[in-house]
Design a protein around this ligand. Sequence first.
Ligand SMILES: [Cu+2]
Length: 113
Amino acid sequence: MNSPTARSNTHENGSLVWVDDPVGGLLLTGCGGSDKGSGDRQYDVKGKVVAVADDKQSVTLDHEDIPGLMKAMKMKFRVEDAKVVEGLKPGDSVQGRLKVKSGDYVLTHLDKR
Ligand SMILES: [Cu+2]
């Protein structure tokens, strides 16, 4: 944390360019995930299946608000296991469990409701 000696401060006829190096990692997905650090967190998810990937490694949900994580939106989630999406098809109303690990979202459960 050694602050640079005030260079650029004497610049009067131009823009004062002072580029602070932004703390990395703020540009995650466009998904409101401002979770910092590591450590798992789990959230309940409710929504509707929009699409299931052919390889069953991800599913697109139209999900409701996830308190403390993100607003309702349509987005794609990775699933922990192909079994998570087994038997699900577009249009199904589902509820499940979302694990957040260092900014990564993974669905660990998904059930029709
Ligand atoms: Cu989302």
